[in-house]
Design a protein around this ligand. Structure first.
Ligand code: GMT
Length: 378
């Protein structure tokens, strides 16, 4: 198949999933064309079946904001026509699905007999729960959903939320996030410990784009309480709007020496490999890819019952799930995992087994079947 993938290039789960999907499809012999503003952060090395198209946005003094969505539509239309794409897969409802819908309209006359390509849209989370909840955006998100040929959501929770909020005219198929366990596995390295100054501390890790839904303040509060009772270090990977607040809180708590702000890192396996617990106290999370990747590396997760977490994390087996905002509860469960090695080991091994149920190969096959189904439909 010839597949176009339109995604955010920035640090975050939707771009990561879109890119890993494209790379896996290319490995299986499909031709994959990526569309994004810059090269997606996980795209990595050259591969002969992968083509990346930067979307050039026209800057003109009259325009208050550059028209990315229009430039994207035009790029998708051009590439879809000349490269004869079968499917365009939009990751995140807007602007990607809308731009693809516009591209189909641009191509209407050129592809008279049938549609030039089928449009699959994957909903990732905040495109529904945050952007979709905005009154000014609701109607365009609804249009993006209803005019796509097929819509998938990354969890049952997100599917339900979408149905509740938008009453879509089409069935939504759930295809969860996935992880490549041949790349994500525990392999602790001494030099990582040396570089981070880790001696015998227990390591707590969090990875995200530091947006308000991630409750970064709760992470610092949990870690502060944990660090009063055990020798621990906190690794914060990623960056975003809440980072400065977190840095202020860390200084106020007087735990600067125990917290490392590592910024946006792509190669997270070495850090996960030396970690004991992942903290994800999000108040909304459609799936939680970072948690799945941690589990693949044998890191139990202390997270919330929010959104999609309960669909792949069983509380007590793979870590613990507590109510959003329950800082005390999450502190206790983190301490339990850090203090009872046998229990930790049991959870760690169960995490690795659970992650294998979300193996990239299995889920990529589901996407392939999904594309085939769309292509078979008139
Ligand atoms: O961070 C992103 O890339 C976007 C993002 C979002 O907010 O929509 O992440 C979502 O997509 C990931 C991949 O499907 C999920 O694992 C995340 O749970 C989800 N984030 C939220 O729902 C907050």
């Amino acid at each position: 198949m010839k597949i176009g993938i339109s995604c955010h290039h920035t640090y975050g789960g939707s771009g990561a999933i879109a890119t890993e999907l494209g790379k896996a499809l290319a490995m299986k012999g499909h031709i994959v064309h990526f569309f994004s503003k810059e090269a997606p952060f996980r795209l990595g090395a050259f591969s002969r079946n992968i083509f990346y198209h930067a979307v050039d946005v026209m800057h003109y003094p009259l325009f208050d904001a550059p028209f990315y969505s229009l430039a994207l539509a035009s790029k998708i239309a051009e590439v879809a026509y000349y490269e004869k794409l079968d499917v365009v897969h939009a990751h995140y409802a807007i602007p990607h699905a809308l731009s693809a819908i516009l591209a189909l309209q641009i191509l209407e006359d050129k592809c008279a007999e049938s549609k030039c390509f089928k449009l699959a849209t994957t909903l990732h989370g905040t495109d529904i729960t945050v952007v979709g909840a905005d009154r000014g955006m609701q109607d365009v998100v609804r249009l993006a959903i209803n005019k796509s040929d097929g819509v998938t959501a990354v969890s049952g929770y997100l599917k339900e939320e979408t149905v509740r909020m938008f009453h879509p005219t089409k069935e939504i198929t759930v295809i969860p996030n996935f992880v490549d366990t041949s790349l994500f596995f525990r392999s602790p390295k001494q030099d990582v410990c040396e570089q981070l100054g880790i001696r015998d501390e227990k390591i707590i890790i969090h990875i995200s784009n530091f947006r308000p839904v991630k409750c970064i303040g709760d992470i610092v509060r949990i870690f502060y309480a944990v660090s009063q009772r055990t020798n621990a270090m906190l690794l914060l990977v990623g960056d975003g709007p809440e980072r400065s607040e977190a840095e202020i809180l860390v200084r106020q708590f007087g735990i600067v020496e125990r917290v490392r702000f590592l910024g946006k890192l792509v190669d997270i396996v070495p850090l996960l490999s030396v970690s004991d617990v992942m903290l994800m106290p999000s108040n909304a999370e459609s799936f939680g890819l970072a948690a799945l990747e941690a589990m693949a590396c044998g890191v139990p997760v202390v997270a919330t019952m929010a959104g999609g977490f309960p669909e792949f994390i069983v509380s007590g087996q793979h870590g613990y799930l507590l109510a959003p905002g329950d800082v005390e509860g999450m502190t206790e469960k983190t301490l339990l995992l850090l203090s009872d090695h046998d229990h930790w080991l049991e959870c760690s091994e169960a995490c690795v087994r659970q992650a294998k149920r979300y193996e990239t190969a299995l889920l990529v096959e589901q996407y392939e079947l999904y594309y085939t189904r769309l292509l078979d439909e008139k």
